[in-house]
Ligand binder design. Sequence first.
Ligand SMILES: Nc1nc2c(ncn2[C@@H]2O[C@H](COP(=O)(O)O)[C@@H](O)[C@H]2O)c(=O)[nH]1
Ligand SMILES: [Zn+2]
Ligand SMILES: [Zn+2]
Length: 626
Amino acid sequence: MFEAGIYRKLVLVFLAIVAVVQVLKLYHIFAVRSQPPAGAIRDLTWGDINFLHTTDTHGWYSGHLNQKSYNANWGDFISFATRLKQIAAANGQDLLLVDSGDRHDGNGLSDITIPNGIASTPIFIQQDYDILTIGNHELYVWENSVQEYETVVPHFKEKYVCSNVEFKLPNGTFVPFGQKYRFFQTPNQKLNVLTFGFLFDFNRNNDGTKVTSIKDVVDNESWFQEALESHPPEKVDLIVVVGHVPISHKWPELFYLHEKLREKYPETKIQYFGGHSHIRDFTVFDEKSTALQSGRYCETVGWASINMKDDNVRNIRERYSRSYIDFNLNSFLHHANFTDNKDQFDTEKGLEVSTLIKKTRKKLELNRPLGYVNDNYYVDYVPVWDKKNIFNLLTTKILTTLQPENSNITVAEERIIIINTGSIRYDLYKGPYTIDTQYIVSPFENQWHKLSLPKSVAVKVGRKLNENSYILANTEQGMKQIDNRQLAPPHQLLMPYEELLSMEKRQDIFKYPIALNNDDKIAIESKHRAKLPKGYVTYDDFGHDGDDTPHKAVVNYPVPNVVESKQLNKSTSGDTIIDLVFYDFITPNILWALKELNYHITESSEFYSNQYLGLLMNEYVKESGI
Ligand SMILES: Nc1nc2c(ncn2[C@@H]2O[C@H](COP(=O)(O)O)[C@@H](O)[C@H]2O)c(=O)[nH]1
Ligand SMILES: [Zn+2]
Ligand SMILES: [Zn+2]
């Protein structure tokens, strides 16, 4: 009797264990449902109208020569777009190409020439865009604005749409880059599309250009109201807004525009394309409006599709789809249905452009090695104090080699050198350090300026600049907004340092950038994902299945707006006068910080050196390697 009782219990326990294992197995399969097997690519979802979007390409038209995930070049992208347009046409659908600006500053192909862009712009314009607009990097330097106005705009004609930036003609009048808006019909679906192009409220543009905030255009510019009046809702099937503006819910500009457009077009579908903050993102504005942002540096081609005939749509995901396509040949061949068949995939024009890129790189000697990098140095994959962090390398080794330009510059015994972290544009990877590397990492050829300050004041400036507040300040150029967040790397623009720091205490946040429900965590932590290549795991308003290629997430640690290289003598007593040395680019921010510190400067900053950071890096690598 006793044995039978134990036996029965053992059987029950065994059955219970089997049941639990089955449930977990089902749960696991179910939870990992959105993860295709390693190496598999998530297919695109096509709609009546489809879009390919690029933004913040910053001259990366050669592709990423040492990163397989982004190994396609601009010629491959041209072939890819051509093939997808053919698929769309065969299905009676539309496919439009859109670009949101920032086309140089960050790669040797675009930056080694004077002015920059001379060699790269002829490559960029080979892509057959349907809608494009301007980025802030086309506006810092007058020569780049001239190039945009005289080369890019005439090439694309009515397809270049820019609603709030103007160019000053020799006679002093301001005219738009391209058209302020465009109304056109799509070739296959015959959709009537009303298009605008906007730049974020940028105030560091050169004097030969003018930027009007989106709010001012919408509220005060008569042409905008007239454009809406002359294109009433019954005549417009779709509004497209191409912006060099972040689409994040944290960035208000496009949401203000949306609110005003909805007053006029309560039911019309409105599709936004964003840029500037260098991230993959997708936001839902309302049931009939979404926004796509497509990363940076030719790492991503954004994809959006819309079902225009949607009277009985129950869920917004039946109306819209979005994908972030890794800018590599594997993805391009897959989505264009030419897997393992590159010869057939290549178009004549694509091959011509790939050849042009090779010839241009050779002519510019971009692959000429200057030295060797023995380790990887990251912008934010490791904390800023880590010896593998590039800012640690710069502040402890490279900046210490900066010399005043000549002997008649008076220099103090001690100094602090400050750089904005947004001036460093990419990681420094192990391998040959070439001419191209200099521009990839630190393209800005700013002068160094200095102020002689009491040490007690100078040591506080960096900390003040790392406060993240949007400040209205009276600068030399008049009332300008000083936004210290704009000094940081673009992809951290929306996650201010303090906010990131506060999260740092909860390590989990760096694995899951947003709070995820349990089955997502299972999906991410699953053994399957652990084997995947590192890369973007994008969490947006549609969830985390947007990346066409599943990756193992990288972690982004917080990066302050500025970092400092301190050459100070701990032994000196008293408030000695030291040199505060900084990039002339951040002078408005330095002056703001000193004002905030109640320090009244008696003289303006003084020229210190032309040895900009890229040159210092080159010399350092040649001398001692890194
Ligand atoms: N030190 C310098 N930093 C610069 C300069 N021009 C731009 N920047 C930095 O880049 C971001 C904007 O980049 P984006 O790709 O997001 O538009 C800006 O906020 C600065 O941090 C420069 O000449 N010198
Ligand atoms: Zn950019
Ligand atoms: Zn930008």
